[in-house]
Design a protein around this ligand. Structure first.
Ligand SMILES: Nc1nc2c(ncn2[C@@H]2O[C@H](COP(=O)(O)OP(=O)(O)OP(=O)(O)O)[C@@H](O)[C@H]2O)c(=O)[nH]1
Ligand SMILES: [Mg+2]
Length: 348
């Protein structure tokens, strides 16, 4: 681990630093498939950055995440920004281009050489997949895009975790996706920096906007009231953020916008809000704090992954597991005692 790169990877790294999209594509495959040396490669890549503004779009299926992302991307392209786009599909077993013209309505973007689009499936397997996706985001970031846009369907823990890899999280809701209470229950309230009620051309949109605003108000009030009892530190942070004398500036309360992604209505407002949030992130120190939090999680993730790998690829451990099963059968052991023996050997 973290030794010198093997020559093929060193060459790939050179082309990656050179800004060749083909090299980025290869690097992503290397990481996605966890091929030998992928972590050494990431180690080299992460020596710089992060630099890109990362914007995540999440929300229920069909809310218009892709449509909105396309609008935002098109808008950024008029400023001549270079963009990376990652679309995460939690249900599909396909990966790569298979998703593109199909579920993800971004075909207009796909032909623009200033945009690099990658679709990934999370395949629903256990563990590690969110980490891989976040590593792909790091690759996109390090490649030098001005912005990296991420789309995930907000359905589960993995997707929320991936969303946390964005600096600005946009939660896209629609009148059909249920009321504000459901949104709170789904954990979307906690992660949103900006709420967008899309499909504002349909009935019920105004109502949802109103309810969301009310819900956010209530939540903010309760957070401050209940903070001293359980979260002394959090309260200190909130107070500090709200004090005018502090250099860190005031906190951010998620605005609720409405859009019609198809026609582009409200997209300009959204762009302004994204910029305002970026400004706040940088000025308040929150950006650095979020990045620090992400680094911590990454260290933990890599340790977890390596422990798992080391364990289940070791012949000794596998033999011990087999012998343990025999002993359990003879009532001399339990799964716990066998597990402890294995851990003992690993960590010795
Ligand atoms: N009426 C109306 N339809 C919209 C609007 N925005 C998107 N749609 C339509 O809603 C459907 C879903 O849009 P997508 O952008 O694919 O939604 P998504 O959230 O990316 O969907 P998944 O990735 O499949 O979860 C498409 O048929 C869009 O044309 C809108 O503002 N109003
Ligand atoms: Mg989509």
């Amino acid at each position: 681990m973290t030794g010198p790169l093997e020559s093929a990877l060193a060459e790939l790294l050179e082309r990656f630093h050179d800004g060749q999209p083909v090299a980025l594509g290869r690097a992503i495959s290397l990481v996605e498939n966890e091929r030998p040396g992928f972590q050494d490669f990431l180690h080299e890549v992460l020596r710089v950055g992060p630099r890109a503004a990362r914007i995540g779009f999440t929300g229920p299926p069909g809310a218009g995440k892709s449509s909105l992302l396309s609008m935002v991307a098109t808008n950024c392209r008029t400023q001549d920004e270079q963009l990376g786009v990652v679309a995460v599909d939690p249900t599909s077993s396909y990966s790569g281009g298979a998703l593109l013209g199909d579920r993800i309505r971004m075909s207009d973007l796909a032909t623009d050489p200033g945009i690099f689009i990658r679709s990934m499936a999370t395949r629903g397997s256990l563990g590690g997949l969110a980490t891989t996706t976040k590593e792909v985001l790091d690759l996109m970031d390090a490649f030098g895009f001005d912005r990296v846009l991420i789309e995930t369907v907000g359905v589960g823990q993995t997707e929320l975790e991936i969303t946390a890899a964005a600096d600005t999280v946009i939660v896209v809701l629609v009148p059909e996706s249920g009321d504000a209470i459901q949104t709170m229950k789904a954990g979307l309230m906690e992660i949103a920096d900006i709420f967008v009620v899309n499909k504002a051309d349909r009935p019920g949109a105004d109502r949802l906007v109103k309810d969301l605003r009310q819900g956010l108000h209530l939540r903010a009030a309760t957070a401050i009231e209940s903070a001293p009892a359980h979260h002394g530190l959090d309260l200190a942070r909130i107070m500090r953020k709200e004090s005018c004398e502090e250099p860190r500036g005031p906190g951010w309360s998620p605005p609720v916008l409405s859009t019609v992604a198809q026609s582009g209505e409200g997209v300009e407002d959204l762009m302004d809000t994204i910029k305002a949030h970026r400004f706040w992130l940088e000025e308040s120190g929150e950006l650095e704090e979020r990045r620090r939090g992400r680094r911590k999680v990454r260290i933990q993730d890599v340790v977890d992954r390596e422990l798992r790998r080391t364990a289940w690829r070791s012949d000794t451990v596998l033999a011990e597991l087999d012998q343990g099963l025999e002993r359990i059968q003879k009532r001399k052991d339990t799964p716990y005692s066998v597990a402890w023996d294995i851990l003992d050997r690993l960590l010795r």
